[in-house]
Ligand binder design. Structure first.
Ligand SMILES: [Zn+2]
Length: 274
């Protein structure tokens, strides 16, 4: 089997405390591998355990991203840095984190010094790590410093909303994404402030038009109604491709990238109608 050139792996898909406290869904965050880089977004409780379980060597991490200071998104940061750098013996790696997280005191002085670099993430700020450009995205959440991330990798563009409310002004920043990962907390006909419901997700997809939307970070109510059912209904109402993530699920992002689609179309347009 030819190994994937790039990979997105969900080490957890749990959202609210009712789900993560029982680990009804894991909360290890998201791994993105592209070229020689390995990124870890929002390592919540169990990130290190889930990484080992799914064959991810955290020693190979290039960067860790923390979107905000809620535990479900940052709990394992110190443990991860210790593992990644062998307690600082192999000092390396970048931490890109919201200001709320960096000011919270959660990251110890010791682990701070194990890293090569710490970059505060503010909306619209752009940074580069190896060949990937990263833009921090604005969000509207109970932690007011919450950011999402947009990764412009050499092979695909991925946006991650993190925890946020739906706001018209926020949707533009997700446009021109091959893959859009949305933190989906509530099903249809339920709503809690500062999070995304199924209705909100429909509005975002209709405007941002990603090639693929992946839903994750499910709350308790959503797990009870079934994320797959919600994703199917959202797909039906938008006509777009929508997947509900599962713990340990892997996606090949290159098959959704605009460049690759173009190449595939050229190759197969005569054979295939759809
Ligand atoms: Zn949160």
């Amino acid at each position: 089997m030819i190994p994937m050139e790039a990979k997105i792996l969900f080490l957890g898909t749990g959202g609210d405390i009712a789900v993560t406290s029982k680990q009804a869904r894991a909360s290890g965050g998201i791994i993105i591998q592209v070229d020689d880089c390995q990124f870890h977004i929002d390592p919540g409780p169990g990130a290190l355990v889930q990484a080992a379980r799914h064959g991810i060597n955290v020693r190979d991490h290039t960067a860790i991203f923390v979107s905000h200071s809620h535990l479900g998104h940052c709990n394992d940061v110190n443990a991860l840095i210790a593992a990644m750098t062998l307690n600082g013996i192999d000092k390396h790696g970048v931490l890109v984190a919201s200001e709320s997280f960096l000011k919270s005191g959660f990251l110890t002085e010791f682990h701070r010094n194990c890293l090569e670099k710490i970059l505060p993430a503010k909306p619209d700020k752009k940074i580069a790590i190896e060949n990937t450009e990263i833009r921090s995205l604005a969000a509207e959440h109970t932690d007011p410093d919450t950011v999402g991330f947009k990764l412009f990798t050499p092979k695909f563009v991925l946006s991650y909303s993190s925890d946020t409310a739906y706001k018209k002004e926020l949707v533009d920043q997700y446009s021109k994404s091959d893959i859009l990962i949305l933190n989906h907390t509530h099903p249809f006909d339920t709503k809690r402030p500062k999070t995304l419901s199924s209705e909100d997700i429909i509005k975002i997809i209709n405007k941002a038009k990603p090639k693929l939307t992946v839903l994750t970070h499910f709350g308790n109510k959503l797990l009870n109604t079934n994320p797959i059912y919600e994703a199917r209904e959202i797909q039906k109402q938008t006509g777009a491709q929508v997947i509900a993530a599962e713990d340990g699920m892997t996606i090949d992002p290159i098959s959704y990238s605009a460049d690759m689609k173009q190449k595939t179309l050229n190759l197969y347009s005569k054979k295939q109608k759809d």
